[in-house]
Structure formats: structure tokens, C-alpha cells
Design a protein around this ligand. Structure first.
Ligand code: PRP
Ligand code: URA
Length: 214
């Protein structure tokens, strides 16, 4: 589902995604299940976000005869989790796409300014035709997403998508202002942000719930 108000956004409203997202939001969901749900949701989101990957015809021999099948073509996909919470989305997607390369972008939000502070950047070679999937469960003010995408572009990446699980309208708008070419896939577009920059209704602090910190 995409909306006219947010031309850069696709909300994945598949029943399995919506069911798992509700379990993820639930405050009684513990670390172990939270981790499993983030991983499963990431896999389902990646399925949607890779619908237009290029294919090439290849010969294949079945037990009965020779035929023509299709293989993925072009440069290997790159997954780029934003640390920490984005890490929880990597395993699920690599089950779908085992040959994907993985980069890492380290950012944390300053508690007072809510602006991202960067501490790490390492990505696979940025060939122009490689598709980069930036992974982060939460798109709140959009500061982290905008900065991560800018860092990728500065390193030469030209095809970038952002996969999150919960997005706030402010974050989607900020991404569109800075990077209108980047499509965003989310499981939910939530209502608003609170004074501390948390998404409402949201799911709380994704990194803390994923890694059992706090
Ligand atoms: C969270 C989340 C995003 C960011 C979203 O990370 O995982 O990276 O906040 O907020 P924004 O859209 O307002 O930038 P956090 O800074 O809490 O770091 P952590 O994952 O290490 O806990
Ligand atoms: N980061 C989170 O982990 N949760 C929010 O609601 C906003 C930013």
C-alpha cells in the first residue's frame, strides 16, 4: 500500500506482517521473542522490497529435461544495518539472500538534541548498480536515516532503499525532503512522536528490547 501524502513510502500490510508487528509492539514480549520477530519481519519486508531485482535467463537441467530458468543478475545486494537495532534485521534477510554483502553504519541519537552521532562506517564496494538496503526497525525523526543514506551516497551508492518496521510521519517527510529517490518500506506508519522523540504508539526502544539492555 502506498499513500498520496507519502509518495516515497510503501506500507507492507500483509496479514503475517501485521500479526507479527502486533506481537512486537506488545510490552510483554521478551527479548528472545522480540529478536525472533524482528528477524522474521525483516525477511518479509525484504521480500517486498526486492520485487524488482533484475533476473537473467539460465539453462537448467531438471531430473526430466533441460529447460530455461531465471537467476538473480547483477551485483550482489548489500544490506546495511544501522547499529545497533538494525543488526536484528540482518539474519532474516540473509536467509532469503545468502550471498548478500553486509556493511555497517554506527549511529546513535543524542538524547538531548535527538540528532544522530556517527561512530562507524564500513560498506562493501559501492558499484553504481548495486542495490543497498538500509536496515533500521525505527524511523522516528528521520535524522539517522537521512544521515545513513547521505553517507552511502557520499561513498558512491546510487540505488538505496530503507527498510524499517515502524515509521513516524515526521521521519518519512524528512527522508523525502533530503532523499526523494529513496523508497521506504515499513510495516506501519504510526501517529506521532512524543517529546523524547519516541514513536507513538510505537514499540519502545528497539535497541534495548532487542539486546536486553536498560
Ligand atoms: C534508534 C533507532 C534508529 C534511531 C531512529 O537508535 O534504531 O537508529 O533511533 O531515530 P531517528 O529517526 O529520530 O534518528 P538509537 O539512536 O536509539 O541507537 P541504538 O540502536 O544503538 O539503541
Ligand atoms: N528509536 C527507538 O528505538 N524507538 C523509537 O520509538 C524512536 C527511536
Amino acid at each position: 500500500m502506498s499513500t498520496a501524502a507519502f509518495p516515497n513510502l510503501t506500507v507492507v500490510d500483509h496479514p503475517l506482517v501485521q500479526h507479527k508487528l502486533t506481537r512486537l509492539r506488545d510490552r510483554t514480549t521478551g527479548t528472545r521473542n522480540f529478536k525472533a520477530l524482528v528477524s522474521e519481519l525483516a525477511m518479509l519486508m525484504a521480500y517486498e522490497a526486492t520485487q524488482d531485482l533484475p533476473l537473467e535467463e539460465v539453462d537448467v537441467e531438471t531430473p526430466l529435461e533441460r529447460t530455461v530458468g531465471k537467476d538473480l543478475a547483477g551485483k550482489k545486494l548489500a544490506l546495511v544495518p544501522i547499529l545497533r537495532a538494525g543488526l536484528g534485521m540482518v539474519d532474516g534477510i540473509t536467509q532469503l539472500v545468502p550471498h548478500a554483502r553486509v556493511g555497517h553504519i554506527g549511529l546513535y541519537r543524542d538524547h538531548d538534541t535527538l540528532e544522530p552521532v556517527d561512530y562507524y562506517f564500513k560498506i562493501p564496494g559501492s558499484e553504481e548498480d548495486r542495490l543497498f538496503l538500509v536496515l533500521d526497525p525505527m524511523l522516528a525523526t528521520g535524522g539517522s536515516g537521512v544521515q545513513a543514506v547521505q553517507a552511502l551516497k557520499d561513498a558512491g551508492a546510487a540505488r538505496i532503499r530503507l527498510l524499517c518496521l515502524v515509521a513516524a510521519p515526521a521521519g518519512v517527510r524528512r527522508m523525502f525532503q533530503h532523499h526523494p529517490d529513496v523508497r521506504i518500506f515499513t510495516a506501519a506508519l504510526d501517529r506521532a512522536l512524543n517529546a523524547q522523540g519516541y514513536i507513538l504508539p510505537g514499540l519502545g526502544d528497539a535497541g534495548d528490547r532487542l539486546f536486553g539492555t536498560r
